[in-house]
Design a protein around this ligand. Structure first.
Ligand code: PGA
Ligand code: ZN
Length: 424
């Protein structure tokens, strides 16, 4: 049973405070979890509680959330069995009492929720992926490695937020990670040779001031070839547009001109024809349901269309999207919804509805590796956790190396099969 719950303020990868929670069980188990934080956050995300005290951390302190854990959330679940995750998450939501967790903070609630799961796993002496996923957890995800950062994650004029490489042709996760790292290094060389800066953005990818989307994609193709791989068959491409960020007053302010939803959709459809793109996230704004539906109809059979700001890992918004035929994939961010149970509910709704699911980090991360285990636990086959560089990104990839090793011959790397279009 849960004996005590503690919390502290720690720093995330951007140097901003975040919540870390520790759970103590009566068998002596102590487990901890830390909460991530986004920059291009969706308007419909659960509420991230910050102190607003300008004298500390520019107002971004999380002492109120820490106090909520210690004074309210912890006492509410003391005495409960850590393995009763659904019961506990329900209790945490009930003591908050709001729809979007705005009273006590989704950061406080999620920290407790994840630390409880880890304590239950540790107490049962099981790896987290096995505890959460049971005997059938065995699929290693395709890493979507974000190697060029733009948008809200860089200080350049590049509008698309993330340019990703996906080693879909590798035999194992271990090999996929090597291919990605080798391509990352080749990309650095190509950018240098082209006279571009090789400083990094928030997710560990390079942040060159390129002319636009096609220039970035051309650099990716050159880097893949330079590293000795074949674009499309060995390593495919992906984008996170994060279009909400440049949608204002009913228009998309993109690459120097104002575009309608139809014009922007035509731009993406063109890219899908001309580049080996297998996935595009948030190609339309979070409230442009019509734009999303039109694009899904146009290119949804050729490419995975992932809803991030659109769905915010919220089963209710996802159910809405499924009913309307919007997108065909769910981005999964634990802090967008704020508890493990609701996260798993969203993933299972996606999977039951023929949508793929992509486990994801945030641009503000910590050394916590829970999402790596969640990806294997759900057999979802895809994970997005930044460049193959910088420890807060690599921590998740390294955890997947350990899980693949632990599974041994039972491990299956998702590869192309993660994407319905390759399943025929
Ligand atoms: P964020 O970016 O964590 O800054 O929201 C990640 C994403 O948009 O997928
Ligand atoms: Zn996104």
């Amino acid at each position: 049973a849960i004996e005590a719950v503690g919390a502290r303020e720690i720093l995330d990868s951007r140097g901003n405070p975040t919540v870390e929670v520790e759970v103590l069980l009566d068998d002596g188990t102590v487990s901890r979890a830390a909460v991530p934080s986004g920059a291009s956050t969706g308007a419909f995300e659960a509420y991230e509680l910050r102190d607003g005290d300008k004298a500390r951390y520019l107002g971004k302190g999380v002492r109120k959330a820490v106090d909520a854990v210690i004074d309210v959330l912890g006492p509410a679940i003391e005495g409960l069995e850590a393995s009763d995750q659904r019961l506990i998450d329900g209790e945490l939501r009930a003591v908050d009492g709001t729809e979007n967790k705005s009273k006590l903070g989704a950061n406080a609630i999620l920290g407790v929720s994840l630390a409880v799961a880890k304590a239950a796993a540790d107490s049962a002496d099981l790896p987290l992926f096995r505890y959460l996923g049971g005997p059938n957890a065995h699929v290693l995800p395709v890493p979507m490695m974000n190697v060029i950062n733009g948008g809200a994650h860089a200080d350049t004029g590049v509008d698309v937020q993330e340019f990703m490489i996906l080693p879909i042709g590798a035999e194992s996760f271990t090999e996929a990670l090597r291919w990605g790292a080798e391509t990352y290094h080749a990309l650095k060389g190509e950018l240098k040779a082209g006279g571009f800066a090789t400083g990094l953005g928030d997710e560990g990818g390079f942040a060159p001031d390129l002319a636009g989307t096609t220039a970035a994609l051309d650099f990716l193709l050159a880097a893949i070839e330079k590293a000795g791989f074949t674009p499309g068959t060995d390593i495919a491409l992906g984008l996170d547009v994060a279009a909400t960020e440049f949608h204002r007053d009913g228009a998309y302010h993109f690459e120097g001109s104002q575009r309608s939803a139809t014009e922007l959709a035509a731009f993406w459809a063109d890219l899908v024809k001309n580049y080996p793109l297998v996935t595009i996230e948030d190609p339309m704004s979070e409230d442009d349901w019509d734009g999303w539906a039109a694009l899904t109809t146009e290119v949804g059979s050729a490419v995975q269309i992932v809803g991030d700001d659109l769905f915010v890992t919220n089963p209710t918004r996802l159910a809405d999207g499924i009913a309307r035929g919007t997108a065909n994939s769910l981005l999964v961010k634990v802090n967008q919804i704020g508890s493990l149970t609701e996260t798993l509910d969203a993933v299972s709704l996606a999977q039951r509805s023929g949508y793929t699911a992509v486990l994801s980090h945030r641009s503000g991360e910590t050394e916590d590796t829970t999402i790596a285990d969640l990806a294997v636990a759900t057999n979802c086959g895809q994970i997005k956790t930044g460049a193959p560089a910088r420890s807060e990104r690599v921590a998740k990839y390294n955890q997947l190396l350990r899980i693949e090793e632990e599974l041994g011959d039972a491990a299956v790397y998702a590869g192309r099969s993660a994407f319905p279009r390759f399943r025929g």
